[in-house]
Design a protein around this ligand. Structure first.
Ligand code: ARG
Length: 472
């Protein structure tokens, strides 16, 4: 057991207590961020005269040596240490001797862990956003290719009106754009540095918190040392944003599962993204989509877990807050994995556009347009609705569609029908007339696609200022 705090104690910690308390098995996840924070702290300590330049240099060199050895597999992070902070400090002292004992001057593990977690979250969020943009790139491509791919649009899972596949995908595009902007928002809000807040009440050392904040790419220092060590709002915001991402992926997965089913056959998932059955040779199952839908639950669970953990904690730091780590790490890996797999699945699936189009034709999705035709010829809408309702019933009894009726048959329901009715209720017309911005018509879709194009070009070139800082 390697602990940082033995002095005040008269006996060894019970092994079970030690294990229960330790966090090394999971907080090694932010090993690199921990060292990065320590290097900034030490540079600042030398600048304000708490450490000499020589001490700073050996400490920084020692810390970099630890990173190099861990990364190369020469040094192992083991459960012999209580947490990642203890691991780094103990190894530093082993390596450089007494100078290493000065690393923790003017710092507590409370502000240290608050910093590490923020650095980790900030780094990972940049990756999540990148994965969202990659997913959107695939969506965008598929949208551009399918502006004229007709399919039924549904309400209540009943065929409603014809749309295009591009239009359907465009709905998800909007969701993912909002998801990405939520991440931008929370990265902005969280980007203040807790380092220098000490255990809870700041410190008597003349620390330059502006300097460490700047070195680490933050906008500035946090403004209350108690809040600094007790704040986990950004984790809650992040898990809420993640829950929304997963909710979107889950709805999309559900549709993909339906479309891939024998009944729909709108798409076929690539063999690489499907699995077989151990007993039924004919099966090709959409397991990836199902797993994404299923994993949504554990991300929601992480959100509820941290909300519950935080609700009764008095200021300032309490050990309860160590519980933020495992569930955040799990949610992070889950969201990243789901986004990456979903992108591949979407990229490789085959579209059965003829099936989509046939389905759009078969379900009276042009009934609204037929009613509109009557309205344009002077029939009040309510009467038109009723006439077309009777037409639909007539067709259902004969197992035909509206387009299959002869003009004589149509005229029996209303004398205003003329031969131009067929053109007016064709799939092409039904879709292409819907050109209000946001609608499925070709013109409206091209406009949206052009905007998405500009959006993705702009986002593709963004490198977060925070990520550039503190690299040296
Ligand atoms: N492992 C701890 C955590 O994750 C680090 C902070 C420990 N601070 C303390 N006073 N015991 O929260």
């Amino acid at each position: 057991m390697a602990q940082l705090w033995g002095g005040r104690f008269t006996k060894e910690t019970d092994q079970l207590v030690y294990n229960f308390n330790a966090s090394i098995l999971f907080d090694q996840k932010f090993f690199h961020q921990d060292v990065k924070g320590s290097i900034a702290h030490v540079k600042m300590l030398a600048d304000v005269g708490v450490l000499t330049d020589e001490e700073r240099d050996v400490i920084v060199q020692g810390l970099n040596g630890i990173v190099a050895d861990v990364d190369a597999g020469r040094l192992e992070i083991t459960s012999e240490y209580e947490d990642i902070h203890s691991f780094v400090e103990a190894n530093l002292i082993r390596r450089i001797g007494d100078a290493g004992k000065k690393l923790h001057t003017g710092r507590s593990r409370n502000d240290q862990v608050a910093l590490d977690m923020k650095l980790y979250v900030r780094d990972e969020l940049a990756e999540v956003q990148e994965l969202l943009y990659q997913l959107m790139q695939v969506l965008h491509r598929r949208m551009k290719e399918n502006v004229d791919t007709y399919m039924p649009g549904f309400t209540h899972l009943q065929k409603a009106q014809p749309i295009t596949f591009a239009h359907h995908l465009g709905a998800y595009m909007e969701m993912f754009k909002r998801d990405a902007s939520r991440i931008t928002d929370l990265r902005e809000r969280m980007n203040y540095c807790p380092l220098g807040s000490g255990a809870l009440a700041g410190t008597t050392y003349p620390l330059d918190r502006e300097q460490t904040a700047e070195l680490l790419g933050f906008y500035g220092p946090t403004l209350n040392s108690m809040d600094s060590v007790a704040d986990r709002d950004y984790i809650i915001e992040m898990l809420s944003a993640f829950s929304t991402i997963m909710m979107h992926l889950s709805r999309f997965s559900e549709e993909i599962i339906l479309w891939n089913s024998n009944e729909y056959q709108f798409i076929e998932l690539d063999d690489g993204y499907s699995t077989g059955s151990s007993i039924m040779p004919q099966k090709k199952n959409p397991d990836i989509a199902e797993l994404v839908r299923g994993k949504t639950g554990r991300v929601y669970a992480a959100l509820f877990s941290i909300l519950t953990t935080m609700k009764g904690i008095p200021l300032a730091y309490n050990k309860d807050m160590q519980e933020d780590k495992e569930l955040t790490f799990d949610a992070m890996d889950t969201v990243k994995g789901c986004l990456a797999l979903f992108t591949g699945m979407l990229d490789t699936m085959t579209l059965r556009t003829e099936r989509m189009e046939a389905s759009a034709k078969a379900g009276f999705t042009n009934a609204t347009d037929a009613a509109d035709y009557l309205v344009k010829h002077g029939v009040p809408f309510r009467d038109a609705h009723s006439i077309i309702g009777q037409l639909v019933l007539y067709c259902i009894e004969r197992n035909i569609s509206l387009d299959d009726m002869s003009l004589e048959e149509l005229k029996a329901f209303s004398p205003v029908f003329e031969t131009d009715i067929y053109e007016a209720i064709s799939l092409e017309t039904c879709v292409s007339r819907r050109n209000t911005i946001g609608g499925p018509g070709r013109k409206a879709m091209q406009e949206v696609i052009a905007r998405n194009d500009a959006y993705l070009k702009e986002k593709g070139s963004v490198v977060h200022e925070q990520d550039r800082a503190g690299q040296t």
